[in-house]
Design a protein around this ligand. Structure first.
Ligand code: SF4
Length: 291
């Protein structure tokens, strides 16, 4: 590969070129199969190649923001870090275990990227999950209602399973600086956690509350699923007006009836016994929307 002076515009250009080069490399053998599959992959490759330019700009902004926030830029140190069973590599790692007894759940996942920087003697790490579309909101409300759990699970796995050991060394400490989604097509990285307390060496209090919430919600949510509770509900009240799948969707079938039958659903975590969620409305048994 050609060597370049890596500063300013040069870095951005290099990142964009390298991104496109990797996409082409990755797709070369997959396109060679030819036929409809090969053609579809070729279209996908062309589509992905267009992300190189935006990604290089997003990476530049990320570097500037993290330098300002932490005093040093966050840089990637690990990609695709697995916990639990890794289906692609067929490797069994330690799972993240939450809850007890019949509500115990063993979670597996693969963290897209871990970043690290060092500021005044303190190691600070970041957790990044790439998204090809927009970035979901991860906060106490979305985690508390069980709608957005991914980042919280990743952060818990890193802490509880000591996943950073390989990166910073066993027994060494690092403080969670940020955790968030990186939208490749839209705004780049969007953090879900505020700034850490570097004096106390702990993550932002708001984020720690999100983690406490997730720790309680996940086992109850999983137990409800094990009991067969899958309420047809969407918080977006307008979704049925524009969704292509509305003709086969139970939410679309139920909406005209729920008010009349008094069977409405309020989003919320399952109750403490792990039973039905907070179904509300006269006549609605907990979480039951239709019979
Ligand atoms: S599938 Fe159903 S619930 Fe989901 S967006 Fe479409 S209409 Fe709404």
């Amino acid at each position: 590969m050609e060597e370049r002076e890596l500063d300013g515009d040069g870095i951005r250009e290099w990142i964009a070129d390298r991104f496109e080069e990797l996409v082409r490399e990755n797709f070369r053998s997959r396109i060679e199969v030819g036929g409809v599959i090969g053609t579809l992959r070729e279209i996908e490759r062309d589509f992905l190649e267009e992300w190189g330019g935006p990604y290089s700009r997003q990476a530049d902004v990320y570097e500037q923001i993290t330098r300002k926030q932490f005093g040093a830029p966050m840089r990637p140190v690990r990609f695709e870090l697995s916990f639990g069973y890794d289906r692609i590599r067929k490797v069994q790692n330690d799972p993240l275990i939450l809850g007890e007894g019949e509500s115990q759940v063993r979670l597996a996942g693969r963290i897209d990227r871990i970043d690290l920087c060092q500021s005044e003697g303190t190691r600070i790490y970041g957790v990044v999950d790439y998204k090809s579309g927009g970035t979901p909101k991860c906060n106490s409300t979305t985690v508390g209602t069980g709608r957005e759990l991914q980042l919280a699970v990743y952060a818990m796995a890193i802490e509880e399973l000591g996943l950073l050991n390989e990166v910073i060394g066993p027994g060494e400490e690092a403080v969670l600086g940020h955790v968030g989604y990186w939208s490749l097509r839209e705004d780049g990285f969007v953090s879900s956690a505020g700034s850490p307390d570097l004096v106390k060496k702990q993550a932002d209090e708001g984020w720690r509350e999100v983690i406490r919430t997730a720790r309680g919600v996940i086992p109850r949510l999983v137990l409800a699923m094990r009991r067969g509770e899958f309420p047809p509900f969407n918080t977006d009240k307008e979704c049925t007006s524009h969704c292509a799948y509305k003709t086969v969707c139970r939410v679309n079938q139920i909406r005209p009836l729920e008010e009349a039958l008094g069977k409405t659903w309020q989003p919320g975590p399952p109750d403490k016994e792990g039973g039905s969620s907070q179904g509300k409305g006269s006549g609605a048994k907990g979480g039951e929307v239709v019979e």
